[in-house]
Design a protein. Structure first.
Length: 366
């Protein structure tokens, strides 16, 4: 039984419009995003079976954080949507599903027991429609494997914008990164610790599309190649041996940052993994702990314009919360730019090897 440890109103406060879009996309609702609302198919009462011919009359309004079905269901929140679509009676379970889907644990958990017997995260898998092939053995999770051959005919081109961001073509080729010229998306396969492809994400390079989210699960021929990000670490398959040797892992937000690290130091020397978000889930922590990691270095994006502002204080508090959550089990340090070296929203790896090494040398122990 799942014990509700989350205030649903606080959970809703963490969810952005593009998050709702991604959830609806996951449900196959064919969402269309506008300035402050989303229109999609009425999966609330028509379900998510292919070909159900649901009408485009389900709306989500950012201001109220509510859905409204104009044909049958009326108004309801994101948790009620999950209950309707997944046929869940228990509200607690729906809240837990949302927290795990968006990897919100670090923002919401004040205290947590990391011991294996108390890892509750994996229980949520039973609610994912696509994940009927998941295997759970001794709290180790094996995600369903994706067919990597579906991207083999997409070209491996020089991506000029990524070259400017210090990511080499050799590293992109090593990571099997591809390019979809028709949609303007970079295709990034995700592998588990055992080199199995468990999902494919797309990263748009068209600026106008970034308002709908830079990163999304890739959809091809009606198949969504998504996976729950909180239960994997991008790059761990390449970094696990070096992490065990160095007993240190650098944790970044994006795949791009992990690829930049390999560009700087070589594919065989990586100790860098990406959480694909600004949270570190309990299971992601467990993955690093099981690799023999003794220090986690948090290298998240520079999400403030100037140090000392309220914006920077909120970022500090958020990172401190992650540190407080795990520092009883392992050393936690952070690359935090107090000198305003990094550009707004930049990763510590975006502006060159020397900048990264300077920040790493001056990292703060929590």
């Amino acid at each position: 039984m799942i014990i509700l440890s989350y205030d649903k109103d606080k959970v809703k406060e963490q969810i952005e419009l593009d998050d709702v879009f991604n959830l609806l996309d996951y449900f196959g609702a064919e969402p269309q995003m506008y300035t402050d609302y989303i229109i999609c198919r009425t999966v609330c009462h028509n379900g998510i079976s292919p070909g159900n011919d649901a009408s485009m009359k389900l709306y989500y309004y950012e201001k109220t954080r509510l859905f409204h079905c104009y044909t049958h269901c009326g108004s309801f929140d994101i948790f009620e949507l999950v209950q309707k679509v997944k046929n869940i009676e228990d509200l607690n379970t729906a809240v837990y599903f949302v927290v795990n889907f968006f990897n919100l644990q670090s923002q919401l958990d004040d205290e947590v027991d990391i011991s294996d017997d108390n890892l509750e995260d994996w229980r949520i898998f039973r609610l994912y429609q696509e994940q009927k092939d998941i295997k759970i053995n001794d709290n180790d999770i094996e995600l369903p494997e994706c067919d990597l051959s579906v991207i083999k005919y997409y070209p491996q081109l020089i991506i000029n914008s990524w070259i400017k961001d210090n990511i080499s073509k050799d590293v992109c080729d090593f990571a099997n990164v591809r390019y979809d010229p028709l949609c303007g998306n970079i295709l990034i396969p995700h592998f588990d610790i055992n080199n199995r492809c468990v999902g494919i994400r797309q990263r748009t390079i068209i600026e106008e599309k970034e308002q709908y989210g830079k990163y999304k699960p890739w959809r091809n021929n009606g198949i969504l190649y998504n996976h729950p990000l909180a239960f994997n670490l991008y790059g761990l398959n390449w970094a696990k041996d070096r992490i065990q040797e160095m007993q240190t892992a650098i944790v970044v937000e994006s795949e791009k940052a992990a690829l930049a690290y390999m560009t700087y130091f070589g594919t065989g020397n990586s100790i860098c993994v990406a959480t694909c978000g600004s949270s570190l889930s309990k299971y992601q922590f467990k993955l690093l702990k099981d690799c023999g990691c003794k220090e986690i270095v948090i290298a998240y994006d520079h999400d403030f314009k100037e140090y000392g502002t309220e914006e920077s204080k909120r970022v500090e508090e958020k990172i401190a919360k992650i540190g407080n959550k795990y520092k009883s089990y392992m050393n936690i340090s952070v690359l935090f730019d107090r000198e305003n070296i990094l550009n707004y929203k930049a990763s510590p790896l975006d502006q060159g090897k020397d900048v990264f090494l300077y920040l790493f040398k001056n990292r703060i122990v929590l």
